[in-house]
Design a protein around this ligand. Structure first.
Ligand SMILES: Cc1ncc(COP(=O)(O)O)c(C=O)c1O
Length: 405
């Protein structure tokens, strides 16, 4: 008898949909395509030689690097990160307050395993990072959302929302926020709002998941202290990643927070993948130990600043006359366009015909209505001349839609 796979899928499998981004990435490799769709670093900034130097380690420490590692992760890298992140976190975390994960994506999943039962509430920014919403959703989370403006999550909306949910007897398991150069909206939470969020978390006994993969990629202005640094009650979990500041291919992320939650995440990681790759963790540590993380980061930032500026110039030239608006990001990977009356899903489809890939806003939104007239545009991946060409093609697609409307 042949297996009826679909019939036997889990309830979660029946609910889960493929990621529109990862599906689109399959077509963006086509010849002539200009991709503003993914959240990919530029291949030309990968520090290949410096990273390759570390591989010498295989000759001296190969027997341990090729072996299983501890679930908590490579101790020297955890020690390094505890020191390196101290200025941002306001203190040096202890070793049992930091866990290395297979990208920060896994930190989200481990957190969800530890905290979320079906029907629990997660409060997010609207729009928010699609794969976090999917991960929380896979664990049965339901969502309540808060608007994002130029200063990030509109924190004043939170207390009434929390009180209302608590009145209804709902369990709020976390407030999820991408504090710096938000994906997709590009906004950065102001210091005042960070302080307020830490105070609200304490007042209502709510956990904050502070997701910060882009925070070190700042072009203009000063770095801001984390929510974690204002949180004296230990309600905040801070997640970081090497994906945007070294390479996503290493799949090394980390999460820092109270010992109890970190320990519970370790217990789930023991069964999810036993440990992250000891090889990439050790090579990442070598890279950091030799000072390359600090010495190479400015060249990554410089490369992306040039591209952000190229995109800004092209938007002003081609999109401003068409009534499209945006806020210039101070760092990170994305612009979030307000397409006015234009339906962004249709725009994305037409742009693809002109060989430009962009992402429509709706899949990023809890309330899809909020994303119908928005689009996420990545600028880190394409070279500046292609940015100009891509934006000009996007403008043609918009003009054609305006004419046919
Ligand atoms: C906001 C946010 N969080 C987490 C991740 C996951 O990153 P990684 O697993 O590569 O560390 C991403 C990736 O783009 C992201 O944008």
């Amino acid at each position: 008898m042949s297996n009826n796979w679909k019939k036997n899928f889990s309830a979660t499998a029946h609910k889960t949909r493929p990621s529109p981004i990862r599906e689109l990435l399959k077509v963006v490799g086509q010849p002539g395509m200009i991709s503003f769709a993914g959240g990919m670093p530029a291949p030309e900034v990968f520090p290949i030689d410096q990273f390759a130097e570390g591989a010498e380690l295989l000759k001296t420490n190969g027997t341990s690097l090729l072996q299983y590692g501890t679930t908590e992760g490579h101790v020297p890298l955890r020690e390094f990160l505890a020191k390196w992140t101290a200025p941002r976190l306001g203190r040096q975390v202890e070793l049992d307050e930091i866990l290395l994960t297979s990208g920060s994506q896994q930190a989200l999943d481990l957190f969800a395993w530890a905290m979320i039962d079906p029907g629990d509430m997660v409060v997010t920014e609207d729009p928010s990072y699609m794969a976090a919403l999917t991960t929380f959703g896979n664990h049965g989370a339901e969502f309540a959302s808060v608007r994002v403006d130029g200063e990030g999550m509109v924190i004043s909306d939170l207390p009434p929302l929390i009180e209302n949910l608590q009145k209804q007897g709902r369990k709020i398991k976390c407030v999820y926020t991408i504090v710096n150069f938000q994906n997709p909206a590009g906004a950065t939470m102001s210091v005042e709002r960070r302080k307020e969020l830490a105070a609200i978390a304490e007042r209502y006994g709510v956990t904050v998941f502070e997701d910060d993969p882009y925070g070190y990629v700042r072009f203009d202005g000063e770095h801001l202290p984390s929510i974690f640094s204002f949180d004296k009650a230990g309600n905040t979990l801070y997640a970081g990643s090497f994906s945007k500041i070294l390479s996503p291919g290493v799949r090394v992320g980390w999460v820092s927070g109270a010992k109890e939650i970190v320990r519970q995440m370790v217990v789930f990681k023991q069964s999810l993948d036993l440990c992250s790759s000891p090889i990439t963790q050790a090579l990442t540590y070598e890279y950091c130990r030799k000072g390359y993380l600090d010495s190479h980061l400015p060249s990554i930032i410089a490369n992306y600043r040039v591209k952000r500026d190229a995109m800004e110039k092209s938007f002003q030239k081609h999109l401003s006359p068409l009534g499209i608006t945006w806020v210039k990001p101070e760092g990170g990977f994305f612009y979030w366009l307000n397409t006015g009356a234009i339906d962004s899903s249709e725009l994305a489809r037409r742009a693809l015909e002109k060989k430009v890939a962009i992402l429509p806003g709706a899949p990023f939104c809890i309330n899809p209505e909020a994303g119908i007239h928005a689009a996420r545009i990545n600028y880190t991946y394409s070279k500046p001349d292609l940015i100009e060409e891509g934006v000009s093609r996007l403008a043609q697609a918009i003009e054609e839609m305006k004419i046919s409307a």
